[in-house]
Design a binder for this molecule. Structure first.
Ligand SMILES: *Cc1c(COP(=O)(O)O)cnc(C)c1O
Length: 390
């Protein structure tokens, strides 16, 4: 990757020793400074709960009841949180969402897929299918970063694929089936950063997959997929067709293990426990309706501030595409966003840097349910404080 250093303003604010001369007053600083898009803020209460099972759960066999009970708690909680429609199943496996793209290429796409590609993550899934020698040439519908393409019915396409929320650009699209698609065509939705923070009707998709290091306030390493009966049948059909499927990426094996509250190989036990804690916490708060309302509140604070600011503006110009879970904020020429991010970081407000390949004068801020709207408010005050002193 190539990048240019931006000219540094003539008044130096970073000392040679890496220290910083702009100290944001405590009363402006967020109580918790983690605004990263993933790994994202893990609630300290969840970590305390994990510490509480340090000797009874961590370091014990994933084939025994203690661990399987936590997998069951997670699967049950996820099902309740999303109002799992009849016949849908909560499936999990190792490797995160990136692994799930390969799982889907091997086990869900029969021949030809159509992809919505409007940022880094949508493009990566499309690339995985393009590279698979046993699949037909996919259709990739592209849009410039900051906007989104539509999926359109196309004869012969057996899987339509889109992110729910494009984490690299802060664009969210509704989860909706493609009108006029071939009978039996599947809808596959990458919910990695949207799941848990954006409203969704699962009957509008066949596979809603994600990893728990974003809204689910856990750590990375596993994928979860909410699969419709049609998706479960497709996976079984492809496996029965005799296609070569690496065992680690075999979706049918993952389904069978999930039904037994297990994974094919050893999972990260802490990841499972923290995700289960988060789901139970969000259910106590009021479930998905509560979470979506909270991220909407944080988003209105941040976008409202950017629209009022003389130097900041939302990168996504169409308000209906602006994500409530990942906000991207552009800065005017002459205000160096990377300098703001550096000062914030030196004040322990971290991970506001933009997606690196987007290459914009921008900050990117996660607004996941764990993040307090009051901390988003304080973040805007902190940015204003820094901008005034750069
Ligand atoms: C983070 C992210 C991924 C990648 O998830 P991993 O668990 O790191 O593989 C995929 N898609 C989207 C939309 C994401 O935000």
């Amino acid at each position: 990757m190539r990048y240019r250093l931006r000219p540094v303003p003539h008044r130096l604010f970073l000392r040679k020793d890496g220290g910083v001369d702009i100290q944001i007053p405590d009363e402006l600083l967020p109580a918790d400074g983690r605004f990263g898009a993933g790994p994202s803020k893990v609630r300290p209460a969840a970590v305390s709960a994990l510490a509480g099972v340090a000797t009874s759960y961590l370091g014990t066999s994933h084939r025994q009841k203690t661990v399987r009970d936590q997998v069951a708690r997670l699967r049950r909680g996820i099902g309740e949180f999303f109002g799992l429609p009849a016949g849908y199943e909560v499936v999990l496996g190792n490797g995160g969402s990136t692994a799930f793209w390969e799982v889907a290429a091997f086990g869900l796409i029969r021949d030809r897929a159509q992809f919505a590609s409007f940022g880094e993550f949508g493009a990566k899934f499309a690339a995985a299918a393009e590279a698979a020698p046993f699949l037909g040439e996919p259709t990739v519908r592209k849009a410039e970063p900051g906007s989104a393409p539509s999926l359109v019915a196309e004869p012969g396409v057996d899987a339509y694929c889109s992110p729910h929320n494009e984490t690299s650009t802060g664009v969210a699209v509704p989860v909706r089936r493609v009108a006029g698609a071939d009978e039996g065509a599947l809808m596959l939705t990458d919910g990695t950063s949207g799941a848990g923070g954006l409203d969704v009707d699962l009957t509008e998709t066949d596979v809603y997959y994600f990893a728990p290091q974003k809204c689910f306030g856990s750590d990375g390493g596993i994928w979860l997929a909410l699969m419709s009966p049609a998706a479960l049948a497709r996976a079984a059909e492809i496996k029965a067709s005799g296609r070569y499927i690496p065992a680690f990426l075999d979706l049918v094996t993952a389904v069978e293990n999930s039904r037994l509250e297990q994974t094919y190989n050893t999972p990260a036990l802490a990841t499972i426990f923290l995700a289960a804690e988060q789901v139970d916490w969000m259910l106590e708060q009021g479930g998905l309706a509560w979470a979506a309302k909270r991220t909407a509140e944080s988003a209105s604070i941040l976008y409202g501030w950017a629209e009022r600011s003389p130097v900041a503006s939302p990168f996504v110009t169409d308000p209906t595409l602006r994500s409530n879970v990942i906000a991207t904020i552009d800065f005017a020429d002459g205000v160096d966003a990377s300098a703001i991010a550096k000062v914030l970081r030196a004040n322990r407000v971290v991970d506001t840097e933009p997606y690196r390949k987007l290459g914009r004068n921008q900050l990117r801020v996660a607004l996941f349910p764990s993040i307090e709207p009051s901390d988003v408010e304080r973040l805007t005050a902190s940015i204003d404080y820094v901008v005034a002193r750069l």
